[in-house]
Design a protein around this ligand. Structure first.
Ligand code: HEM
Ligand code: HEM
Length: 115
């Protein structure tokens, strides 16, 4: 996700920025979905109750936002008459996803007792 965002922010003058951003952004959504699935499985195999901790909700919101952002990224090229609005929305949801992702990682480390 960081690589994708950094490409969009700092590499825009390069011809290849969008290909890298698209690939990194799509992979971001796939990775979040895999991580989320494994988190559910991890809690399941230890026979704990699901969505017991605040971190779980942060993870759910972050994963949803990442998928939504990637979806907006793709459909801005398909819905031509609203592409400007979708693009602005995509930029904001991308930034908000980053903030939530950092918070989810920090709260995950805290939930695991690492800090
Ligand atoms: C979770 C995945 C993604 C994240 C977090 C993300 C995030 C961002 C962010 C933060 C920006 C604005 C950068 C700036 O401030 O200059 C941006 C721009 C952009 N993204 Fe993404 N993106 C993602 C996936 C995608 C995908 C899959 C596509 C295309 C298929 C895409 C297409 C674009 C385009 C065209 C822009 C430029 C918009 C403009 O400023 O005109 N993004 N993205
Ligand atoms: C360094 C990063 C992370 C660590 C150390 C970590 C650690 C943990 C731990 C220990 C639990 C189990 C909590 C319990 O006892 O119920 C958990 C659950 C969970 N984590 Fe993370 N996590 C991290 C990042 C993330 C991220 C980035 C996401 C999603 C964006 C995420 C999503 C979830 C979800 C959804 C659950 C709850 C699953 C359920 O209740 O069934 N985690 N995590």
């Amino acid at each position: 996700m960081l690589a994708g965002i950094a490409t969009a922010m700092f590499m825009r003058q390069r011809r290849w920025w969008l290909s890298i951003h698209k690939a990194a952004g799509t992979l971001t959504a796939v990775c979040f979905l895999c991580g989320f699935t494994f988190a559910i499985l991890m809690v399941g195999v230890s026979e704990e109750e699901h969505f017991r901790v605040t971190h779980a909700y942060l993870g759910l919101v972050t994963t949803t936002l990442a998928i939504l952002t990637a979806f907006l990224g793709h459909i801005q090229f398909r819905i031509k008459n609203a592409s400007g609005k979708i693009r602005a929305l995509h930029r904001w949801s991308g930034r908000i996803t980053l903030v939530f992702a950092c918070t989810a990682v920090a709260s995950g480390l805290q939930t695991a007792g690492i800090f």
